[in-house]
Design a protein around this ligand. Structure first.
Ligand SMILES: NC(=O)c1ccc[n+]([C@@H]2O[C@H](COP(=O)([O-])OP(=O)(O)OC[C@H]3O[C@@H](n4cnc5c(N)ncnc54)[C@H](OP(=O)(O)O)[C@@H]3O)[C@@H](O)[C@H]2O)c1
Length: 434
């Protein structure tokens, strides 16, 4: 079985010379373990911080062993009751063809309309980081939000989410390919190494994943009462010294606030965010970008690309054996088929005003706005009954209803939402969806 080993700690940017393709014995799952065939790997820049004896993020990666990294895979054999052959799983699978992993380290992934590697991008930690970062800074329509790096994995999703909320988005990136990609998203793009005059008249929100000199340069363009969110500092990941954010004086003079962001704090609400991201992909309001590398041996090149000559979006490595079953195409979520006796299908017309948190309450109906289906699972919605189970006497087809639909119920959102009948309520006749 093949794996990619880290053979030397990089002194500066990682290159393929720091890695080697190696043979490893075929893994055999022990009690409580699961044998997983790796389908795809996602490249995460923070892993670079562990490629050093002085790791700043967990223990250093071992030399001459498979590189740690997040992947999606298919269960081949299981010695744990929670997993069965054929299950789709995600976790720290490592840069290898197959692995015997502790069941506790694996997450079962719902087979959905999107390809497995979507769980490494918009439906995985990358998308969740973008979602919760945008939630934390909460851009309002008309505000100027600057995102760096904007053409990469998290940045490209965050830029689209902010755009969808009506903000003026300025993406900072380097290189014409990155800048051109950002323009396809309908956002403004500015060369991160060039003149930042386009940031005028002032930056209300700055999501900073770069750090270093760029951090200072953007801070000198802050608007009064700006919000700055530090999510990473990729400009410093290859330095021996700890990464630095520079001069905080503009925070004082602009009466700004600056906060740190770690995705781990938000994971208890991951299911809600993942469902929202999934729905946004299906309705075309969020288009995940990825650069696909084919074959395990490409992983070192994909990782090195994060730090030099990056192409847009998430760097994804699709393993050879899985190419046949790993479609690259994102799909529509199918209309739910199952109609248990006490369920209704609601055709969704509207959601609550704040797509993140606001709860729909009596008296707030006038603020509802129409949304395009498919819709967000677990969100407060209003719609009409499209179908009903035979035990549902209290509703008629076409009747207007509202409610908080079940976030824990997989596979029941799309153009319609399936919900137990007790979760929806009649909508008062004097209120409108518009
Ligand atoms: N806090 C959290 O929980 C969390 C979670 C996920 C990610 N992050 C952080 O968010 C940032 C982005 O992560 P990602 O996964 O989305 O990676 P990514 O943006 O896809 O990383 C590659 C991008 O980084 C940019 N880059 C690389 N070296 C740079 C440098 N020296 N100066 C400026 N830009 C540089 C490149 O953009 P250009 O070529 O256009 O410059 C490239 O597109 C990273 O700092 C990461 O650690 C934080």
């Amino acid at each position: 079985m093949k794996a990619i080993h880290l053979t030397a700690y990089p002194d500066g940017p990682p290159t393929p010379a720091h890695f080697a393709l190696a043979d490893e014995p075929d893994p055999v799952p022990g009690e409580g373990e699961v044998l997983v065939q790796v389908l795809a790997l996602g490249m995460d820049p923070a892993v670079r911080m562990r490629m050093s004896e002085n790791s700043r993020m967990g223990p250093p990666l071992a030399l001459d062993a498979a590189v740690a990294g997040r992947g999606v895979g298919r269960v081949l054999a299981s010695r744990h009751r929670d997993f069965a052959p054929g299950d789709l799983v995600g976790g720290e699978l490592g840069w290898r063809e197959r692995g015997a992993l502790a069941a506790a380290a694996l997450e079962r992934l719902a087979p959905g309309a999107h390809p497995p590697h979507a769980h490494l991008n918009a439906l995985g930690p990358t998308g969740l980081a973008a979602w919760f970062a945008i939630e934390q800074v909460a851009p309002r329509a008309g505000e100027t939000i600057v995102i760096a790096p904007a053409a990469g994995a998290v940045g490209s999703l965050a830029a689209q989410l902010a755009r969808n909320l009506g903000a003026r988005v300025i993406g900072l990136a380097r290189g014409e390919a990155q800048l051109a990609y950002l323009r396809t998203l309908g956002v403004e793009s500015t060369d991160a190494e060039g003149d930042l005059a386009p940031l005028a008249p002032g930056v209300d929100i700055f999501i900073d994943g770069v750090g270093g000199p760029l951090h200072d340069r953007v801070l000198s363009h802050l608007a009064p009462k700006a919000r700055v969110l530090l999510i990473g500092c990729i400009a410093g990941y290859n330095d021996a010294a700890p990464p630095r954010y520079g001069n905080a004086a503009p925070i004082l003079f602009r009466r700004a606030t600056m906060a740190g962001f770690l995705l781990a704090d938000h994971m208890p609400r991951a299911a809600h965010a993942r469902a929202a991201l999934d729905a946004a992909i299906s309705d075309g309001t969020l288009e995940p970008a990825e650069t696909v590398w084919r074959g395990l041996e490409q992983a070192p090149h994909a990782f090195a690309a994060l730090f030099a000559d990056a192409s847009p979006g998430k760097q994804i490595v699709i393993l050879e054996d899985s190419m046949a079953e790993t479609s690259l195409t994102y799909g529509e979520v199918p209309r739910p088929q199952i109609m248990p006796h006490d369920e209704v299908l609601v055709e969704v017309h509207a959601t609550s005003v704040n797509p993140f948190e606001t709860k729909l309450r009596r008296g707030w109906f006038a603020q509802l706005f129409p949304v395009r289906p498919p819709h967000i699972l677990g969100q407060d919605v209003a719609g009409t009954i499209a179908e009903k189970g035979f035990d549902v006497a209290q509703y008629e087809i076409g009747q207007r209803v509202w409610g908080l639909l079940d976030p824990a119920k997989p596979g029941t959102y799309a153009e319609y939402v399936g919900a137990p009948s007790y979760m929806v309520r009649p909508m008062p006749s004097n209120l409108s969806f518009e």
